[in-house]
Design a protein around this ligand. Structure first.
Ligand code: SF4
Length: 412
């Protein structure tokens, strides 16, 4: 396993970011925060899916006023996920006018490029930090490539122009992103906010730029780092780009909390970004969240979609049950379940998983051998193979991960 970069730990409610804590998964709502009911519902969905922190937009008085109601409603429903307020331009006014909002949030996100224009930038930034000090809240100083503080960029471009051998523009722009984050953090510290209440991020939309910026940032400071590719995009492109960028950094031990900024497809569930974040961490062996389903891609030997449906059904069932199982069955998130399309690789993968099934391929006997802990225990047949296998998985979980069970993991 890779060594994690040392960083100063930051407590956000009960969750710790950095300081050797496990990498934290977070997400952001896309509801109108002033719509308390919809926002509460979505925060609860995200938290149930495994988001350990949830960020909400606080962009106007209506939304700032709604924040404390949202917090109360979540608490009433037993959902204690810390809320992060995302502020741009008017955060200093909103935190001043709505103390309930300032109190209910567990962290404030400040974008140094959007804190105020011209001469308003420094005093408004200072006001945000003063609120963080007064309410004892941590902040994320979140620089975004698309809203970079233009005064920092202009200064670095001027300095670069004076050099006998000026650096390429792309390099100066990357440096401006890093400088904006580090100078803002230094300023926050000089205003009285301790280092253990500061998380930094420098989000870029290009994979190579993101990797280069975070590698440099990680070398130059020990602040806890929030990783994410901004404007990652939609569907497989967004997932692939985010994974490509984050996997390189996480493998180098860089990154204390992650968010996957996917553009949701129309009607798609917002929780998808949480699942992708968890899957990146789990497939890299960094953290486990849900039993992993290993399934083959299928080929000419699988002429029906039966095994695809079974793999999907098992995966959804495991995810659906995890909030309950997490409390009852310690270690169940490390379990591996194999769902294979035929007997070519099926029994081998099934033996290596905790529990696995090989469905009959075309022309094979209509029977499905099941292996548990490497041993064939039963052969399923008939119309209820899917239901029977699901029951076997549940029985396996109860017998192997229930109280006082010594469970065997196959991760070693
Ligand atoms: S396990 Fe069987 S069905 Fe699946 S890809 Fe391999 S040969 Fe094809």
């Amino acid at each position: 396993m890779m060594n994690r970069r040392d960083s100063v730990g930051v407590k956000v409610g009960e969750i710790q970011i950095g300081g050797n804590a496990p990498v934290v998964v977070q997400s952001m709502t896309n509801t109108d925060t002033a719509d308390v009911k919809s926002t509460v519902r979505q925060v609860m969905d995200l938290a149930k899916a495994g988001s350990e922190l949830v960020r909400i937009t606080v962009n106007n008085e209506e939304s700032a006023q709604a924040v404390s109601q949202i917090r109360e409603e979540l608490d009433r429903n037993g959902c204690f996920v810390p809320l992060i307020g995302d502020f741009h331009f008017n955060g200093h006014k909103l935190l001043d006018k709505f103390p309930g909002c300032a109190e209910a949030l567990a962290k404030y996100r400040i974008n140094p490029g959007n804190v105020g224009r011209g001469s308003k930038r420094d005093p408004q930034f200072a006001q945000m930090i003063e609120f963080a000090c007064r309410y004892e809240k941590p902040v994320r100083i979140g620089v975004n490539w698309g809203s970079l503080d233009q005064s920092v960029l202009a200064r670095l471009l001027d300095e670069n122009a004076q050099l006998s051998d000026p650096r390429p523009l792309a390099e100066v722009m990357r440096e401006a992103v890093i400088t904006s984050a580090l100078e803002s953090a230094e300023r926050a510290v000089s205003l009285g906010l301790p280092k253990n209440r500061i998380v930094l991020s420098c989000k870029m939309s290009g994979v190579q730029e993101l990797i280069a910026v975070y590698q440099a940032l990680a070398e130059r400071c020990d602040y806890a780092l929030h990783l994410g590719l901004t404007e990652a995009g939609m569907g497989s492109k967004g997932i692939v780009a985010s994974t490509a960028a984050l996997a390189v950094l996480l493998q180098q031990g860089i990154g204390d909390t992650i968010r996957i900024s996917l553009t949701p497809e129309p009607g798609a569930d917002r929780t998808h970004e949480v699942i992708v974040a968890q899957e990146i961490l789990q497939t890299m062996g960094i953290r486990s969240f849900t039993p992993m389903v290993i399934s083959c891609p299928g080929c000419g030997r699988t002429t029906s979609d039966y095994f695809q449906k079974l793999a999907q059904q098992i995966q959804s069932h495991l995810r659906h049950k995890m909030p309950e199982w997490r409390k009852k069955y310690s270690g169940v998130e490390d379990m591996h379940v194999a769902v294979m399309g035929c007997v070519v690789n099926g029994p081998g993968e099934s033996k290596n998983a905790n529990i696995g099934i090989s469905l009959p391929g075309t022309g094979e006997q209509p029977v499905a051998p099941v292996f548990e802990d490497g041993v064939k225990t039963v052969t399923l047949k008939g119309d209820r193979i899917a239901e029977d296998f699901q029951e076997l998985v549940e029985r396996y979980i109860v017998s192997h991960y229930g109280p006082n069970q010594e469970h065997q993991t196959i991760a070693e």
